[in-house]
Design a binder for this molecule. Structure first.
Ligand SMILES: [Zn+2]
Length: 496
């Protein structure tokens, strides 16, 4: 059986001014055919899982293309058309096909297509027709549109946040495709998208209230006739109509069963909506708690500057607060290519006075003056061998400088944005993060696998920014109304 595999993965934060370009994909990963298979074979990613699942099912991947970029702003119309056109050309070259595997994010927005994922599936269907089996995987932060559910044969969403099960979901997609092609199953799916927004601080799947959503999902998986079930927690940094949580069930030939299962999960979540409480300490009180804690190092999660959600990685709000309150021995990572250049010009071991961070916009604090010794300069490349959120096997943060200040703060200055998914990001620079008192980490849930093993205490902080925790902080224009908790008297309904 011949199948093609495609990936188009981007989490689009529509509140960012800067748009995402074709080059942003090319810089991270944009591959076709054999180079795609080489890039993703063995990766703890859904594309790696799809390749493994195909190999064990005797499905031959005869073509494909996969592109991903770091979470960032809306994709330009030009970049979207270019990638979609290349993808469709690759699909045409791979014909005839027995089936398709497609890895999408589900919260992808382009300038012309707020539902960029649905639009891509529509274009694929135009080529392959309405019935060719097409199994699609999605990120847990997908905003699933009715079009995505209608155009795909089955949607399979990651079940863990931090995302550690991507490989398993990709493999599951390939095995389901095999069963379809063997004539063993006839999947039909139902989507139930209640008017519900879940604050990102409540999206850690190992703890309630999110854990309960997945306990319900596990129950549905035991119902006779159910082939797959999914919960997508949504991504409210994308201002689109389908923004919000959604529930999918895939049943074997029984649409009423799929509908009942997705509605049951959605209703159970809706009944517990009051448990998803976005209230958290602000920067001043969180820093005070960290300074007085006996459990060092204290990890302060900078939710407003969550790099994995598309933010600029240069917020100084927590660092400024640490300086103002007289904190010592903190580690802060800031993306600041200009400051790095100044360090390169000054040279290792020299002392510099710099304004760092807070330069990308006016939402993430002001630049902060620091005086420190340049401890190191490096190429910023690191390798991660453990399973980490997003299947990250390492990264390249560009030329990187490490400054040590008189207050024993370690300030890491990077040339490109890097989400803190791996401790190797700093260990590779000669830093011992476990010896610091305070670690400022720009994320919410995704950095946990890296930082939890060394954290004495972990505090989620309600910092302002483009990835702020409280959905009420955003000025939406395109979302549906009403949505809970933005409108407190919202009645239950589902997006169709
Ligand atoms: Zn995600």
């Amino acid at each position: 059986m011949n199948v093609a595999m495609f990936g188009f993965l981007h989490e689009s934060n529509t509140f960012l001014k800067a748009k995402t370009q074709y080059e942003d994909f090319r810089r991270v990963s944009l591959t076709r055919g054999s180079s795609m298979l080489e890039r993703w074979s063995g990766a703890r990613h859904e594309l790696g899982g799809m390749i493994a699942g195909c190999a064990e099912s005797a499905l031959k991947i005869v073509g494909g293309m996969a592109g991903l970029a770091l979470p960032s702003g809306t994709i330009t119309a030009e970049a979207y058309e270019r990638i979609a056109t290349e993808l469709i050309e690759t699909l045409q070259e791979a014909l005839p096909l027995d089936g398709l595997l497609v890895a999408l994010h589900g919260a992808t927005v382009s300038e012309h297509y707020p539902d960029a994922d649905g639009e891509l599936l529509r274009r694929i269907r135009q080529i392959v027709g309405p019935t060719l089996p097409m199994v699609v995987t999605l990120d847990l932060h997908a905003n699933i549109s009715p079009a995505m559910a209608k155009l795909s044969t089955a949607l399979i969403v990651y079940r863990t946040n931090p995302h550690l099960d991507q490989f398993e979901r990709g493999r599951e997609a390939a095995l389901l495709l095999r069963s379809i092609l063997a004539g063993e199953v006839n999947p039909v799916q139902a989507l139930c998208a209640p008017p519900l927004v879940l604050p990102i601080s409540c999206q850690y799947t190992a703890e309630d209230p999110a854990r309960q959503l997945y306990a319900d999902l596990e129950k549905v998986l035991t119902w006779p006739g159910i082939l797959s079930a999914s919960v997508a927690m949504g991504f409210y940094f994308a201002d689109v109509e389908e923004m919000g949580a959604s529930f999918v069930a895939v049943a074997d030939g029984d649409l009423a069963l799929a509908d009942r299962a997705s509605r049951w999960m959605a209703t159970r979540a809706w009944e517990r909506r009051g448990c998803f409480d976005p209230r958290l300490p602000d920067a001043a009180s969180a820093v005070k708690m960290a300074i007085h804690s006996r459990n060092q190092p204290v990890v302060l999660m900078d939710i407003g500057d969550n790099v994995g959600g598309g933010s600029p990685a240069d917020s100084t709000i927590l660092f400024q607060e640490i300086l103002s309150q007289g904190g010592r021995n903190a580690m802060v990572i800031l993306c600041d290519p200009d400051a790095v250049q100044n360090c390169v010009a000054a040279g290792v071991s020299n002392t510099v006075t710099l304004e760092v961070g807070g330069k990308s916009d006016n939402l993430h604090g002001e630049p902060v003056a620091v005086r420190g010794r340049i401890r190191s300069l490096s190429d910023g490349i690191f390798v991660e061998r453990q399973v980490r959120h997003g299947g990250w096997g390492g990264g390249n943060q560009g030329i990187t400088a490490v400054l040590e200040t008189g207050e024993k703060h370690t300030v890491v200055l990077t040339s490109t944005r890097m989400a803190p998914m791996s401790l190797e990001q700093v260990i590779s620079l000669g830093i011992h993060p476990e010896e610091k008192d305070i670690l400022v980490v720009k994320g919410v849930v995704a950095p946990r696998p890296a930082y939890e093993p060394i954290a004495g205490e972990l505090i989620l902080v309600d910092t302002p920014g483009v990835t702020s925790n409280n959905p009420a902080r955003f000025k939406f224009q395109h979302r549906r109304k009403p949505l809970y908790p933005l409108e407190s008297d919202t009645p239950f309904s589902t997006l169709v």
